[in-house]
Design a protein around this ligand. Structure first.
Ligand code: G1P
Length: 296
């Protein structure tokens, strides 16, 4: 059972400027809630109970969003705004803990995950969710994260969520080398390698690691020994490659699709997708879309 998840949120979000100048990029709104809330909801729906935010002093708004705001709740109660009150209280269900640790220096994603070691320990497997990526499993019987957890529970092997990207984009991602045939959506396969940000010519495939991982606790020992790699940063991918050589690692080919909320067009698309089917605003939003489409 995977109960813990690490969400690295310490990065500055330069790709989201100027929106992210004074608020964390994870707090940018998609319809009626910040991006980070969708990611926490995804984790909780897959059975996660301890969310470890690896954060930075400039990102207190994220912690505040998941904290109780007593004065606000008392004021809503006094005004009889019970629906809103219930909505605020459901942001973090009572069974879920939000824990934060600091990443003291921006030394890379691998280093950020390593900062969660004192909270998780070396004996528990855990999930990593990169909050730039929204995973949309609309109308599917099971989310990708739940599928990855089930696969880990069955095999004990680390799972990396992958999807196919364009050849010219492989240098932006960790890229996997599947053993044998590439897996179908909703299936996993063993890997012969995983490499961070290869060039187009040397990339072993077009299957990119996209923001969701299930890892065993042993990864912390490997991360602590991982030297800086691509971009001079301590790369999670490099520690995963060592784990693969020692114990094997699987790629999980996703069934849903992703919105990259680390840049403007990505969150605009996410806004379209989530607003169109929003229970309260969806119908009127679709009418707006039709009107603007007609006006060209
Ligand atoms: C990180 C990981 C990379 C992964 C990507 C998308 O890169 O290092 O392996 O493919 O996220 O999830 P970044 O986007 O932080 O450069």
């Amino acid at each position: 059972m995977i109960r813990k998840a690490v969400l690295p949120v310490a990065g500055f979000g330069t790709r989201c400027l100027p929106a992210s100048k004074a608020i964390p990029k994870e707090m940018i709104t998609i319809v009626d809630r910040p991006v980070i809330q969708y990611v926490v909801e995804e984790a909780v729906a897959a059975g996660i109970r301890d969310i470890i935010l690896v954060t930075h002093g400039s990102k207190g708004a994220i912690e505040n969003h998941f904290d109780k705001n007593f004065e606000l709740e008392a004021s809503l109660e006094a005004k009889g705004k019970y629906d809103l009150l219930a909505e605020l209280r459901s942001i973090v269900p009572a069974s879920v803990n939000i824990i934060s640790v600091r990443q003291p220096e921006p030394l890379g994603l691998g280093h950020a995950v390593l900062c969660a070691r004192p909270v998780i320990g070396d004996a528990s497997p855990f999930a990593v969710l990169l909050p730039d990526v929204l995973v949309d499993n609309r109308d599917q019987p099971r989310t990708d994260l739940a599928g990855m957890i089930a696969s880990f529970d069955a095999t004990g092997r680390a799972q990396l969520m992958v999807e196919q990207v364009a050849a010219e984009d492989v240098s932006k991602y960790g890229i996997v080398a599947p053993r044998g045939e590439e897996p179908q959506a909703g299936e996993c396969c063993a890997l012969d390698g995983v490499v961070e940000k290869p060039d187009t010519v040397s990339a072993p495939s077009r299957l990119a690691v996209i923001g969701r991982y299930i890892l065993p606790g042993e990864i912390f020992t490997l991360l602590a020994e991982t030297p800086p790699g691509a971009g001079g940063e301590i790369q999670l991918t490099d520690a995963i490659e060592t784990l693969r050589q020692q114990k094997g690692v699987d790629a999980w080919r996703m069934t849903g699709h992703t919105h990259d909320c680390g840049h403007q067009l990505g969150y605009l698309e996410a806004t379209l997708a989530y607003a169109s089917r929003h229970p309260r605003f969806g119908q009127e939003f679709r009418a707006l879309l039709t009107r603007y489409a007609a006006e060209g």
